[in-house]
Design a protein around this ligand. Structure first.
Ligand code: NAP
Ligand code: GDP
Length: 337
């Protein structure tokens, strides 16, 4: 019997890492995740996998490491000898990157360089996926954006991702490495971090409906995003590494919705008039916002056959219902369904 393919994931405890780990385990992979030391050892998004004795310690393993610690990452590679690497780790919040620009750039930009150098030194062939972002386009010169649109980041996060994205393509061209950039537009799910606007709204709608919160304070309601479902987007990551040639792909729905649209849809799920509960606060607006970010995902559709399956109303409904269910289970503070 041949041994299962081996995948190494950075950022396995994050939204995308947890869905990708599930997908790969379902496909029979042996999955290794890099986790950093935190004061709280409960990693809520992957706890269900870690608690499964059929998986943990056999086809799922976790290794302590940090993007800033090249020596340890190199040691993990030597031990695991991965065939596929999915690099998802890093500070992922655009707004926060204005507050912590140095560590954001260190993790997102230099962390990726460190990994590329390690991959370059591997004896076995390694396929490398990099979690790039629509934020590299920032003040985009055209809309919708394609793989050919010029980068013009509008935040420290966008700058760091643009640097890392360009490096991935330089390493592919210079060393013939199998390295792909997935240029992903915003994708959400019930596992989205709580400081992103979709999760903040879904959680507030559910808490207000259950009498646990009185109002919801938001920044710019007219801001628009191309929002997809994380489960669809991790499938796109895997598909990129199964194609015979490495390349860069936009992953997007091609539709935008405003924060206001999200609010309306979320409060409709709990049947409440949102105008009575939502307040706008200038303090929550950002120093700069990107222009109209919307992706044209034609290349990935035509080349890999990928397209999004979840609609915007389905996404909103799933997120609000997950929050309601968590409250009803009495686990609202820490749950990740
Ligand atoms: P997320 O939920 O914030 O997860 C980030 C992951 O990175 C977590 O596992 C986190 O570990 C880990 N991490 C952060 N800093 C690290 C460090 N210094 N060393 C090791 N691990 C570190 O993000 P996500 O939504 O899953 O996104 C995955 C990737 O895609 C990110 O790189 C993000 O920037 C990018 N991306 C996301 C979107 C989106 O809409 N979600 C769109 C485009 C690109 P802890 O659990 O310990 O914090
Ligand atoms: P981002 O696209 O990665 O920055 O994802 P976010 O979910 O953090 O923000 C999406 C958009 O919602 C941005 O244009 C924010 O300015 C806007 N927004 C409006 N109110 C809020 C808020 O209270 N929190 C966050 N995080 N974003 C908000």
């Amino acid at each position: 019997m041949s041994s299962p393919p081996v995948a190494l994931l950075t950022g396995i405890t994050g939204q995308d890492g947890s869905y990708l780990a599930e997908l790969l385990l379902d496909k029979g992979y042996s999955v290794h995740g890099v986790v950093r030391r935190t004061s709280n050892v409960v990693r809520s998004r992957i706890e269900h996998l870690r608690a499964d004795p059929q998986l943990y310690g056999s086809r799922l393993s976790l290794h302590y490491g940090d993007l800033s610690d090249g020596t340890t990452l190199r040691r993990i590679f030597a031990e695991v000898r991965p065939a596929e690497v999915y690099h998802l780790a890093g500070q992922s919040h655009v707004g926060l990157s204005f507050e912590i620009p140095e560590s954001t750039c260190e993790e997102v930009a230099m962390g990726t360089l460190r990994l590329l150098e390690i991959v370059r030194d591997q004896e076995q062939p390694v396929k490398f996926y990099h979690a790039s972002s629509a934020e590299i386009f920032g003040r985009a010169s055209e809309s919708p954006q394609t793989e050919k649109t010029k980068t013009a980041p509008a935040s420290p996060y966008g700058c760091a991702k643009a640097f890392a994205t360009q490096l991935v393509s330089v390493y592919r061209q210079s060393y013939g490495m199998f390295a792909c950039n997935g240029i992903l537009y915003n994708h959400e799910s019930p596992r989205r971090g709580q400081n992103f606007v979709t999760q903040k709204i879904a959680r507030a709608a559910a808490r207000i409906a259950r009498g646990l919160q009185q109002e919801l304070e938001l920044g710019d309601l007219e801001s628009r995003r191309d929002w997809g479902h994380a489960r669809d987007y991790v499938l796109a990551m895997w598909m990129m590494l199964q194609h015979p040639e490495a390349d860069d792909y936009i992953v997007a729905t091609g539709e935008t919705h405003s924060v206001r649209d999200f609010v309306e849809a979320a409060f409709a799920v709990v049947d409440l008039p949102w105008e009575q509960y939502v307040r706008q606060s200038a303090a929550l607006s950002r120093p700069t916002e990107p222009g109209r970010l919307v992706g044209q995902a034609m290349k990935i559709r035509d080349t890999l056959g990928w397209q999004p399956s979840a609609s915007f109303p389905q996404l909103v409904q799933e997120m609000v219902e997950a929050e309601l269910a968590a409250i009803d289970r009495g686990a609202a503070a820490t749950h990740h369904p």
